[in-house]
Design a protein around this ligand. Sequence first.
Ligand code: ADP
Length: 230
Amino acid sequence: MNKKQFVIVGLGTFGENVAKYLTEKGAQVIAIDKNEKKIQDIAPFVTQALTADATDEKFLKSLNLKDIDVGIVAIGESLEDSILVTLHMRELGVKKIVVKCINQLHARISAKLGADRIIYPELEMAKRVAENLISPNILEEIELSPEYNIVELVVPKRFIGKTIKEAKIRSEYNLTVIAIKKKIPYLTDSGESNFKEEINIAPLADEEINEGDTLIVIGKDSDIERIKKE
Ligand code: ADP
C-alpha cells in the first residue's frame, strides 16, 4: 500500500506536533514554514522540510500537490496567509484540506473556500477540560453529529449491582450501551493483586453493572446530558 502523503504549512506548536505524529504513523510528510529555524528543527523528523512562504503560488505549484492526500494549513498568526494557502491548495488539487482556525470568521471563510475540515485546537481543548471539570464521571465524548454522541462514563452509583435492563438505560434514558469495560482483579506471579481491563462489546440486557465499570453509551445529546447528572 502506498504511504499517505501530507503537506503541512506552519510549524507552530500544533503543526510541528501533527507533522511528528504523522511521520511516526508511517506517513510521508512535507513540512513548510517561512521561518528557517522551524524548518531546521523539524527536518530530522519528516520526509521533506522546506523553507518558503506558502502564499507563493509558484512555489506551491512546483510541489505537484495533486499527489497529496491531505493538506494541513496550520498558520494561526495571519488570517490572510491561511486563506491564501487554502485557496491555492484547493486550486492545485490537494484531495483533502484541514485548516486550523483562530476564530469563527476564519472558519467560515475557510469552509467557503472548500476546506474539508476545520479545527480549533484551543477551543476544542478548552471545551473538553471544562466538560471534564463539570462532569468528572465522563471520561471521553465523541460527537457523531450535532445531535448524537458516544460517551464513556464511570458507572453512576445507583446503577451498581443492577443489570443494564434494571438500570433502565434504554427505557428511561433512550441510550444504548455499546460496551462495558470491567476491571478484573488478578494475582501477579509475585502474589500481588492487580487489575486488568476487559471489554464486553454489545453487552446483553441482563449483563450486571459493577462498581469500577465504565459504560460506553450512544444516544442523543439531550439524553446523555441526563445520565451525566446521575
Ligand atoms: P501555533 O499556535 O500552533 O503555535 P502559530 O500560529 O504560532 O501556531 O505558528 C504559525 C507558524 O506558521 C509559524 O511558524 C510561522 O512561521 C508559519 N507561517 C506563517 N505564515 C506563513 C506562510 N505564509 N508560509 C509559511 N509559513 C508561515
